[in-house]
Design a protein around this ligand. Structure first.
Ligand code: EPU
Length: 336
């Protein structure tokens, strides 16, 4: 069913918990319904298509149309001896999809447990955690355009990289993700090298999919605030990439600096570490703060506006630039 509202509160559609309104809001349950909405000519600028609102910052009331998918199917479309391919609607809650994979003993999504958001955004954002990114399990992405055209992008068409895909590019603005096909393994394949996973798994008698999922839940909830309790959008900034010369220069001054080698020229430095070094961890500016247990997470302590978030974001970026000569950029998308 198509559900349409005027002057609609987006409070339950943004994990920052910012109380702003959309002039017009439409939710739909199927690709056919989205086609109907498009054919009626309702989708005109300004418009934005949102997912779970876990990576968005509305800086003020939105004067246009906000679209939201409630396409909730999960269909098995192919099965071989080793793999299963699922077609998943963009409106499925991401963690419900992960739970479904774990319950059915399909391997590949478990490290991405407990990430807020919905399936559609996983392809746009190439969500990632604990050594796995959505691109590792995405086979194809189905899209519908504002002109009513359909398209299917294979994973190699999607130009996936760290928190990035072709769907973030301006030329893809008029295209909406409707369904994603994921390919999962039926035989055990675990990725346990990242961070604290192995350590956490010692608490379980054996390594199973359910144990990995529980371990990820435990690791995440120890460091990341629950948006239902404290408004936030997960990591607020992306981890910056620097070239080797810059890295060597910084390493000389800060020998304890953590880093990940991306390739022989490029090094990724955890923004959380730099923010903490600048003294921002746990520090508030008005109603917003950098979270006391994970400096990369900007939290709404209550009643914050989009402008409050932008002020803190700018102050943190300026400190990091001044101390390290490195620019950090928000992962969160600002919408005005
Ligand atoms: N660190 C600090 N201070 C802190 C937090 C972390 O110095 O307050 C240091 C840690 O010691 C560690 C490094 O920073 O050496 C990395 O920390 P962590 O493993 O927590 O990961 P991250 O780089 O801060 C990224 C993702 C997270 C994801 C984790 C785990 C980005 C922008 N963020 O964070 O994703 O859960 O890795 O894989 O890449 C998200 O995107 O919303 C998100 C939570």
């Amino acid at each position: 069913m198509i559900r349409e509202y005027e002057n609609y509160s987006l409070l339950s559609h943004n994990t920052f918990g910012i109380d702003i309104k959309a002039a017009h809001f439409i939710e739909y349950d199927s690709v056919e319904e989205l086609q109907q909405i498009i054919h009626k000519g309702t989708v005109k600028e300004p418009y934005i298509h949102i997912g779970g609102g876990s990576n968005l910052l509305f800086t003020k009331d939105y004067e246009g149309l906000v679209l939201h998918s409630c396409i909730k199917e999960i269909t098995k479309i192919e099965e071989t001896e080793d793999t299963v391919t699922l077609r998943v609607g963009s409106g499925i809650v991401w963690d419900d999809f992960v739970a479904c994979c774990v319950e059915n003993e399909w391997y590949g999504a478990e490290n991405l447990s407990n990430i807020p958001g919905e399936v559609g955004a996983s392809a746009v954002q190439n969500v990632g955690a604990y050594g796995v990114e959505a691109k590792d399990i995405i086979k194809e992405v189905e899209l519908l355009s504002v002109k009513g055209e359909k398209a299917v992008f294979s994973a190699s068409d999607c130009q996936f990289s760290y928190r990035h895909s072709i769907f973030k590019k301006p030329e893809m603005k008029g295209w909406f993700v409707t369904r994603i096909s994921f390919i999962l393994n039926k035989k055990p394949v675990y990725k346990l090298e990242y961070g604290a996973i192995r350590e956490e798994l010692k608490k379980y008698p054996e390594v199973t999919l359910a144990a990995v999922r529980k371990a990820i839940f435990a690791i995440r909830s120890a460091k990341l605030p629950d948006p239902a309790v404290l408004g936030n959008a997960g990591s607020f900034f992306m981890n910056p990439m620097v070239d080797r010369n810059k890295f060597e220069e910084l390493k000389e001054i800060y020998p304890q600096m953590p880093f990940y080698e991306v390739d022989s020229h490029t090094i990724k430095i955890p923004a959380a570490w730099m923010i903490e070094q600048c003294g921002w961890k746990g520090k508030a500016l008005g109603p917003v703060a950098m979270y006391e247990k994970q400096a990369l997470v900007l939290v709404n302590r209550g009643g914050a506006s989009g402008e409050d978030v932008i002020s803190l974001s700018n102050a943190v970026r300026a400190s990091v630039r001044e101390k390290f000569g490195v620019d950090i950029n928000p992962e969160v998308k600002f919408v005005s």
